[in-house]
Design a protein around this ligand. Structure first.
Ligand code: IMP
Length: 205
């Protein structure tokens, strides 16, 4: 029988992304398949801690193996901020995602105003965790290195993409197509690293 794996997201795009990138004989589910599930708070101090907490929390509630991720922007000159606070860095409570993204980016740009280019280094970081109801099974991480630009450029992607400049490509992430982004992104990297141990695990049970 096919193993069913829950992806800890309400975003069908993220489930489809995992399904396509892992390309394994698995039946996938998302959080929207469990309308009464209790939301797990992302209150950990690290991306890995949040991913673990969500994977174990949702696996316990559903009895299913669960994959959870946590990701964000880590800026060297800001001692690692916004980090796990990436989604809510500006403190604004706007419901509209793009408005919130602009406010978050504006705060980063303001804090880096006097910081020269060579010190504007940053990474996008993604931690993934696969857990069963009683233990962590696999953890992976992916990183994308870049530099925080001085202004927003590009309209693709989401979050901090318009200010995250990738020197090797001479573009911000918001100027990349989704295929180009997947090929280099922190999330793409973490998902690709998950595939071999997951295949092994599926064969061993
Ligand atoms: P999540 O863990 O995927 O929900 O990401 C948390 C926050 O980190 C998002 O709301 C974004 O602000 C930021 N973030 C994570 N991944 C990316 C990315 O690929 N591009 C831009 N921002 C990102």
């Amino acid at each position: 029988m096919k193993r069913k794996i829950l992806v800890a997201t309400t975003n069908p795009g993220k489930v489809a992304e995992l399904r396509a990138m892992l390309d394994l004989d698995i039946e996938w589910a998302g959080l929207s398949d469990f309308p009464n599930i209790q939301e797990i708070d992302e209150d950990g101090k690290t991306f890995a801690e949040n991913a673990r907490k969500k994977a174990l929390g949702y696996a316990k509630q559903t009895g299913l193996w669960t994959i959870a991720d946590d990701s964000g922007l880590v800026v060297d000159a800001l001692a690692g901020e916004p980090g796990v606070k990436s989604a809510r860095f500006s403190g604004a409570k706007d419901k509209e995602r793009t408005l919130l993204d602009h406010k978050n980016m504006a705060k980063v740009l303001k804090l880096l105003k006097a910081v020269p280019e060579e010190k504007r280094t940053a990474i996008f970081m993604c931690c993934l965790c696969l857990a069963s109801p009683d233990k962590v099974l696999i953890e992976t991480e992916g990183k994308l290195q870049g530099v925080i630009a001085e202004e927003e450029t590009g309209t693709n992607g989401f979050g901090y993409d318009p200010i995250f400049f990738v020197p090797g490509l001479n573009k911000t992430v918001a100027q990349l197509t989704s295929e180009e982004k997947n090929a280099i992104s922190h999330r793409g990297g973490a998902i690709r690293k998950l595939k071999p141990p997951l295949e092994q695990l599926l064969e061993s049970i």
